[in-house]
Design a protein around this ligand. Structure first.
Ligand code: S3P
Length: 158
């Protein structure tokens, strides 16, 4: 049997991967998978707890395992986490098993959308803007190289 082909959303925190993914899944009558929620369900702990207990490296290993399994499963719309493109293997797997859409968003818009967020350990400190700028500089080329399509959404509620 041919492996399923998924619709995979990539992009930074706050880009709207989950909200748009949910809508697309409904539109295409496909299951929706939010990779962060999948990781939490498997671990029985939320992401802040995973980062606290296992560090970012532990979280990334869980992210990798969940991604591989979801991509091996039935066709779905998958909202990945903002750092899922960091690993070469993850990017290759997304491209191999999916059509990848990059939801682009700039740092000022991220700051607005994530203003009340307390669920993302990477921006838990006071220097949010600097952190987001640093992540964007490193990751934007990775999102772009993974994507089949780049989309700049506007007006989505996360
Ligand atoms: C992360 C993004 C988060 C989550 C974790 C790490 C990142 O997902 O996976 O907090 O490295 O950018 P969202 O992009 O859904 O916020």
């Amino acid at each position: 049997m041919q492996p399923a082909h998924h619709l995979v959303l990539v992009g930074p925190m706050g880009a709207g991967k989950s909200s748009l993914g949910r809508r697309l899944a409904q539109a295409y009558a496909l299951p929706f998978v939010d990779l962060d929620r999948e990781i939490e369900a498997r671990a029985g702990r939320d992401i802040p707890a995973l980062f606290a207990d296992e560090g970012e490296a532990g979280f990334r290993a869980r992210e990798r395992a969940a991604l591989v399994d979801v991509l091996a499963g039935p066709a779905c719309v998958l909202a990945s986490g903002g750092g899922a493109v960091l690993a070469d293997d993850n990017r290759a797997a997304m491209r191999r098993h999916g059509f990848v859409v990059y939801l682009k968003i700039d740092v000022p818009e991220q700051l607005r959308r994530l203003a009340d967020d307390t669920s993302r350990p990477l921006i838990a400190g006071d220097d949010r803007e600097a952190v987001l700028e640093r992540l964007a500089a490193f990751r934007a080329p990775l999102y772009a190289e993974t994507a089949d399509l780049v989309f700049e959404p506007a007006g989505l509620d996360k």
